[in-house]
Design a protein around this ligand. Sequence first.
Ligand code: AMP
Length: 425
Amino acid sequence: MNNVGFRSVHYQEIHMKFNELNLHSELLESISYMGFETASPIQEMAIPEILDGNDLIACAQTGTGKTAAFLIPVINQLAQKKSKGVSALIVCPTRELAIQIDQAVQGLGYFADITSIALYGGGDGSNFEHQKASLSQGCDIVVATPGKLISHLNMGYCNFDNLQFLVLDEADRMLDMGFVDDLNKIMSFLPEDRQSLMFSATMPSKIRQLAKMGMKNPKEVSIAISKPAENVFQGIYLVYDSQKIPLIKYIVDNKSDFQSFLVFSSTKKNVSNIVRALKNNKYSVEGISSDVEQREREDILMRFAAKKTRVLVATDVLSRGIDIKDIDLVFNYTVPKEAEDYVHRIGRTARAQSNGVALTLVNQEEMSDFDKIEKATESTVKRMPLPPELGDGPEWKLTERKKHKGNFKGNRKGGKRFNKPKKKN
Ligand code: AMP
């Protein structure tokens, strides 16, 4: 993707805490209940721009925290000043996404008493009156798919006169699904004096044209991540921790035609443990981490480049800089926390047109992180069968994040609530 003109920031450079963002105290309370502490890169870039009142075009994929990137500043403004009628309209391509965004509104808007409704096609129409009342008398945030929203707009009772925010989420997908006329029609019903935000995973020229129609000098931010090179074969093994070392040993021993293996692990401690466990008298194994002196590191890398060392075990310190050609196979002993790190790690193989292999060892706790990586890189990595002598590994299963996520049952009348803690004075 062409990123020219975008401000591109790397994931790991960012560590801003939400309480540094000068947000409304009730919103901060919800953010903390959601279990969020540090802003993700897209949040760190987008939130201040939106709080400053700018229109915004943001290029970010699912899994980057994009939903909270627009909801946090929108809710922050609404916590201070709600409009008569609907204050914010969020348009998105699918029913599933509408439900997901609405749930995030319920979580993030809980302590600020933000009301919301999700409108999407395929319902049985039984709550039509409730929808009509929300749209005419006002509910703070409406999340809607284009078709359903237009059928309400055509009936003439929607009160968007004082709308403060329009958000188009997954704009590229809406264009792909043929919603462009619908979006133009929707915009014709809205006041021009509003703040418009557009989020999109990709930025084709059609999106820019759409943006020009409804936006005023939009700022642009992007965290589009690089994609893994196509000539890298990517696979994952679902394993228990105790199977990780035996699996690496098995593959290294059975791939006699492979000269160079690079094993990535997140921690220094793991590096020394892995080196110790792999040591044998058939080939040499070395480890490198920030604990190793620069001079010694260079020597280790030289031995690896010269193929004297067959297996090099490293922390991420190495994943960016190292440019050793012909690494045959990269192992991810641990799943990196960020997609960008995954792409950098596996980019160490298959450099300069050669083919390479990247295998990631995923235990039960790491499955959700790997799922996020697949979403962010828009790829499905091949699940590899374990060699029978290692026994069975765990099943692929995504677990909910801990803390309070999922406890927010809604803030609408009739919705089931959990005991709302007393507000602090
Ligand atoms: P999204 O890209 O909006 O689909 O978000 C991906 C996931 O990240 C969702 O499960 C969010 O609840 C979660 N999330 C969003 N922002 C943060 C954050 N700052 N810290 C931790 N998790 C987050």
